[in-house]
Design a protein around this ligand. Sequence first.
Ligand code: ZN
Ligand code: ZN
Length: 258
Amino acid sequence: MSRIVVLGSSSGMPDSTRACSSILIETNNNSYLIDVGEGCASSIIRHNIDPEKIGQVFVTHTHSDHSMGIFMLVQMMHLLKRKKNLDIYLPEEALFWFENMFDAVYLFQDNLSFGFELKPINIDFVYQDEDLILKAFPNQHLLSNEDFIKEQSLTNKMESYCFLIEIDGKRIVYSGDIAGIEDIESQSEGVDFLLCESTHIKVEELVELASRKKVKSTILTHIHDSMDKDKTSIVMMGKKHAYKNIVFAYDGLCIDIK
Ligand SMILES: [Zn+2]
Ligand SMILES: [Zn+2]
């Protein structure tokens, strides 16, 4: 049976018990890593995940808590003498910078035990193989940087994506980071699993949306310390909106896709 494993459930603030954002989707044949935040490689070891099985990495946006684990992941795979190729899908704007960063940290592509390739995610992105379909849809998370980027004449394109994943006849929405629940509104209708960040949204609006859209299971992740202390009020929100199926993610949480 396929499953989701939460490898990193913290917000952008490092946490003593949580790695930064990362989830694994594991099928019989393959594993897919969705976001690869700082601490991801350690978390893979801590939770007895087989790194050899990971064939693809998908990054929603380049904030460090979603992307900076990629270098240690590749280093770990090289030290484990991996042979299988790895495909790393990143927002298109990031390819140039990450290619150079691999050289900066001495992970030269032609000098590793395995090949890896950086590939673009853009607005029409669809990945498909025999086990899974993953579609990207854009969100507004990085748009708050717009004025600064213009003022400074920077080249950043503020690309940030949510993912809709279809596997074993089930649908999963992974929010990445968003600007508000409007960013996931149109894709959430009746989904089986909604893995939603809880730092940049109003959680009550998410609970209301999950109830209204008949989401089967909502998994709150990207959890800030203050929320850890406030679980009771979220349970109360669930009661108010007649919605019970809220799970608080933690590192190592496994969810069967059934
Ligand atoms: Zn984040
Ligand atoms: Zn972010």
